[in-house]
Each structure stands twice: as C-alpha cells, then as structure tokens.
Design a protein around this ligand. Structure first.
Ligand code: FAD
Length: 277
C-alpha cells in the first residue's frame, strides 16, 4: 500500500569499498519503496569533496534513482561552487539541498558564503529555475541561533532567496513541528516543510548526534531504551512503532512528505515503513 505522501531517503557518501557495497544494498532495498528522490550529504574538507558527486552518479547510474546532492557553503569559493553546480547539472541532477554546513574541526575558514541564504541566492542567480532547491530548518531551533524568532527570520531569508522547499532537522516531538509550521506560515513562509525522520537504530549514537544538533530525545524514550538493556529485538520493535506513530501523526496533521535519514542502513527505515503500511 502506498503512503499518503511522497517519501525521500538521505544517504551519506561512502568512502571505502565496503561502505560502497553497503550503500548499494541499502539503495536497492529502499528503491522498492518508490522514493520521490534520494539525497546525498556533503562533508567539507580535502578529499571528501569528491565523494558526494561520485555517490550521486552511482545512485543515478547504478540504481536509477533521482539523486539530489547536498551542497554547502563549505564547498569552497564562489568559483568552486560554480564548477560543482555545473558538474551536477551535467550529471542530470535537478534538485539540490543547499546548506551552510558545519566547519569540521581543524578547518579554519568558510568558503565565500557564510549562510545558506547566500548560497540559495547564488544558485538562483546562476541557474534560475533549473534546480529545485531544498533548505534545512529547525523545529527545535538551530543550536547556534540567537533565539527561536531570529532562527525563523533566517529561515525566511532562505525562502525569500528562492528555496522551493525545506526539510527539517529530525525531532521526536510532533508538537514542535506543528508549532514551527504555524509560525512559519504566520511569517509568510509558504514553501512545503517536510519533516526529517530519524529511525532509531543505535541509541547511544543517536544520543550523541542529538546533543550536537540540538534535537531533543524525550526522557521517557531514554528510560525505555535503558530498561530494555541488551534486548535488541524489543528495542527494534519499540523504536519502529514509536517512529511510525510519529510519522502517522505528522501526516494526519498535514506534513507534505517524509524525509528519512537512513545512515545508509535499510532495516531501521523499512521497519518504520512496514508499521506505517
Ligand atoms: P543557515 O540557514 O545558514 O543557518 C545557520 C545558523 O546561522 C542558524 O543558527 C541561523 O539562525 C543563523 N543565521 C542564518 N542567517 C543569519 C544571518 N544573516 N545573520 C546571523 N545569523 C544567521 N551538514 C553538512 O555539513 N552536510 C550535509 O550534507 C548536511 N545535510 C543536512 C540536511 C538537512 C535536511 C539538515 C536540516 C541539516 C543538514 N546539515 C548538513 C547540517 C547543517 O549544515 C547544519 O545544521 C548547519 O549548522 C546549519 O546549516 P543551515 O543550512 O541550516 O544554515
């Protein structure tokens, strides 16, 4: 049974042959879920720059998936970004996820752009209308924002610069999303805001990620996970049901799509989709 809304899957670019094989397995399994598109993240710094285009090409050519590269302000100078966009156009990409990115430790400077809104404007100016541009947004506030209202104004700047849609940071509190969308509409932001969904696989890792990106894990979930101890079957079943319920609530409340952060694993996402269907 098809879901009520389009879905998309996010992958990270593999760096080793083992990781490439894992992505191939995951992409092949998830393709069966008929995603609208898949996206591939971007890591700044040195050789990692080439992994995203390479992966996007692999997802296109080997798997026949519509792959959208993430492009960040850390991707270099205006000239370097210009070449990257040209390359993506030549590879057949029609959608870009435009971000500021985060400065990896040891890297001393940004490229020519400091905020995602400037990158969105650049993409619009250079390729007006060709790329569908997605941006990131934060129902629980970006951790570096001055406050939630300032963060919303900065989100609006990205929409005003020409973003076509937004994908949220992951969250486990549906009310944060609904409130965020209401506030965005009141501010005059009319682009679709698709919730980013993080299926739960490794709880320790999730807790670490969440501290860094400012996503709140409700206390009761942490306590449940702790109580399950090493009972991985129960953890898996509980996590899939909990995240599927979140997705249902979001769709019932009008979410226009679901974007899954897969971490290049198929099972946790498939478990959630199985519950949903
Ligand atoms: P921006 O919109 O530029 O905002 C960054 C911060 O600056 C916010 O606190 C904002 O409030 C503030 N700000 C914006 N404009 C101004 C202004 N004019 N003056 C003052 N403050 C301002 N990271 C990666 O490195 N690679 C990826 O592939 C990647 N993929 C992601 C995908 C999604 C869907 C999401 C939600 C995030 C992703 N990230 C990725 C993480 C993202 O790069 C970080 O969260 C980053 O810190 C912010 O990126 P942004 O595009 O939201 O930045």
């Amino acid at each position: 049974m098809a879901l009520r809304v389009p879905i998309s899957f996010e992958f990270y670019p593999p760096k080793t042959d083992d990781q490439r094989e894992q992505l191939d397995r995951t992409a092949a399994r998830l393709k069966g879920q008929s995603p609208e598109y898949v996206s591939c993240t971007f890591g700044a710094g040195g050789s990692t720059l080439s992994y995203t285009p390479e992966t996007v090409q692999r997802l296109h050519e080997k798997h026949g998936l519509d792959a959208a590269p993430h492009v960040s302000c850390m991707g270099g100078t205006r000239e370097e970004l210009r070449s990257l966009l040209k390359l993506y156009r030549a590879l057949g990409c029609k959608r870009i996820v435009a971000l500021r990115g985060d400065l990896p430790s040891g890297m001393a400077r940004f490229g020519d752009f400091h905020y995602a809104s400037e990158l969105v404007q650049f993409i619009r100016d250079e390729h007006d209308g060709f790329f569908h541009i997605e941006v990131g947004c934060y129902p629980e506030m970006h951790p570096q924002a001055e406050d939630a209202f300032a963060d919303m104004r900065h989100f609006k700047a990205k929409a005003d610069a020409g973003a076509d849609g937004a994908i949220t940071q992951y969250f486990y509190n549906a009310d944060a999303y609904f409130r965020f969308v209401d506030d965005a509409r009141r501010m005059g932001i009319s682009i679709p805001i698709v919730p980013g969904i993080m299926p739960i696989s490794n709880f320790t890792q999730l807790r670490r990620f969440s501290e860094a990106c400012g996503a709140e894990i409700p206390r009761w979930i942490g306590k449940r996970m702790q109580a399950y101890g090493d009972d991985t079957d129960s953890i898996r079943a509980f996590a899939a049901e909990f995240v599927a319920n979140l997705c249902s609530r979001l769709m019932d409340g009008g979410a226009p799509g679901l974007h899954f952060y897969t971490l290049n694993l198929s099972k946790p996402t498939l478990n959630v989709l199985e519950f949903l269907r």
